[in-house]
Design a protein around this ligand. Structure first.
Ligand SMILES: Nc1ncnc2c1ncn2[C@@H]1O[C@H](COP(=O)(O)OP(=O)(O)OP(=O)(O)O)[C@@H](O)[C@H]1O
Ligand SMILES: [Mg+2]
Length: 368
């Protein structure tokens, strides 16, 4: 699928922007503070009904106004066209799909799946484990509709157990130990299976970008692999009561990226780290596509800074080889990489919140 038409009203410094994006690659450039990320944010709003920059959509509304609207026409591979729209009036969010009001964000997410890569994404490998758990769970959620239910049961059992630990209610712990064992084991199994499925996609992409071999994604499930979770909970009980929380379980899970059996984050360069994160994120999309899920948009905001020209060119070539619509930003027109061999793309220039499509003459571009 692809976004054929996009209208943005009163999002940050964009008063009204109307775009007809390419079904493949869309390159957006402009000075700092011109409004590039705001365009990416608007597309993200349309697909996820939330912002990746503000906890509240209210902050995204143009300062001089009281509401924002983003609407788009999405064309599916079977030529069906859907109209999506979201409006926020500072209090309420309204979602419309094909003229009908919807109440669930997941309807939007299904109509316009989004994979976002932005500067914060690069923390994936060197920040705390929370981001890595979210990364795995996003992948599992998208592939297995029943994961969410198991995950919620596990979370409930964990919260109940922690509450009991705090009040030292030892007798009731047993019930929740069993619940945790049941659902925690399922969550861990899904995660492990997901990483195993992701690995070949990730390795192939990483090899193209980095020529690195022997990459391994290793799940740390959150408790000793040799024990059952139940045994571990019983063994930890004294310690858990002392500290008032559960030390072992899927909430402590993590994954490591190993390169020749060494932890990649401990020795790769900054640029390599970025390319590894890009490979991981794009591998998630490739895995979903390989399973027959509908394609969506890949949004890449400011993510090519610090990559050398040859890496940018490899990234571009890979992006056009994917069956995905891509939106990518940079401050300069020649920052995206070598566009000579890229067939179908559009370029947009942003200045003070106004977007103009650039008529790209292939000859004049990029001989850097
Ligand atoms: N609610 C708002 N209303 C109006 N303008 C806003 C609002 N929020 C942010 N802005 C301004 O919008 C402008 C565009 O911001 P944006 O982040 O889109 O720029 P950018 O082109 O991505 O810049 P950079 O290259 O620095 O990342 C900035 O000047 C910002 O201060
Ligand atoms: Mg920006």
């Amino acid at each position: 699928m692809s976004l054929q038409k996009l209208d943005i009203y009163r999002v940050r410094n964009l008063q009204h922007v109307s775009l007809e994006p390419a079904a493949t690659l869309n390159l957006i450039f402009g000075n700092n503070a011109s409004g590039k990320s705001s365009i990416i944010e608007a597309i993200h709003l349309l697909g996820r009904a939330n912002s990746f920059r503000s906890t509240s959509v209210k902050n995204v509304i143009h300062f001089d106004h009281n509401d924002l609207i983003v609407s788009g026409k999405v064309r599916f591979n079977n030529a069906h066209v859907s109209t999506l729209g979201i409006q926020h009036d500072g209090k309420n969010l309204q979602i419309r799909i094909d003229e009908e009001t919807r109440h669930s964000r997941s309807d939007l997410a299904y109509a316009l799946p989004i994979q976002l890569i932005h500067p914060k994404s690069y923390q994936l490998l060197d920040a705390g484990p929370q981001l890595r758990r979210e990364f795995i769970d996003w992948g599992v959620f998208n592939q297995h509709p029943d994961f969410l239910d198991n995950w919620r049961h596990f979370k409930k059992a964990l919260n109940q157990r922690n509450a009991l630990l705090k009040i030292r209610s030892v007798n009731e712990l047993n019930v929740w130990n069993h619940e945790l064992q049941q659902y925690g084991t399922i969550v861990a199994k899904y995660r492990k299976q997901y990483l195993a499925e992701l690995t070949p996609f990730f390795s192939t992409i990483a090899q193209q970008f980095l020529e690195l071999e022997n990459l391994e994604l290793k799940l740390i499930q959150g408790w000793d692999e040799q024990s059952s979770l139940l045994d571990k909970l019983v063994e930890d009980q004294e310690k858990d009561l002392r500290y008032g929380f559960t030390h072992s379980g899927p909430h402590r899970a993590d994954f490591q990226l190993l390169l020749e059996s060494r932890k990649a984050k401990d020795f790769v360069s900054r640029g390599q780290l970025k390319l590894l994160v890009l490979s991981l994120k794009l591998a998630q999309v490739e895995l979903l596509l390989s399973k027959g899920f509908i394609s969506g948009c890949v949004l890449i905001d400011d993510a090519v800074a610090e990559l050398d020209f040859s890496s940018r060119t490899k990234l571009l070539a890979f992006l056009v080889s994917m069956d995905m619509q891509v939106f990518m930003t940079a401050t300069e027109q020649n920052e995206f990489g070598n566009l000579e061999d890229i067939g179908d793309y559009k370029m947009f220039h942003v200045k003070h919140g106004v977007v103009t499509e650039v008529n790209v003459s292939r000859e004049t571009l990029i001989k850097k």
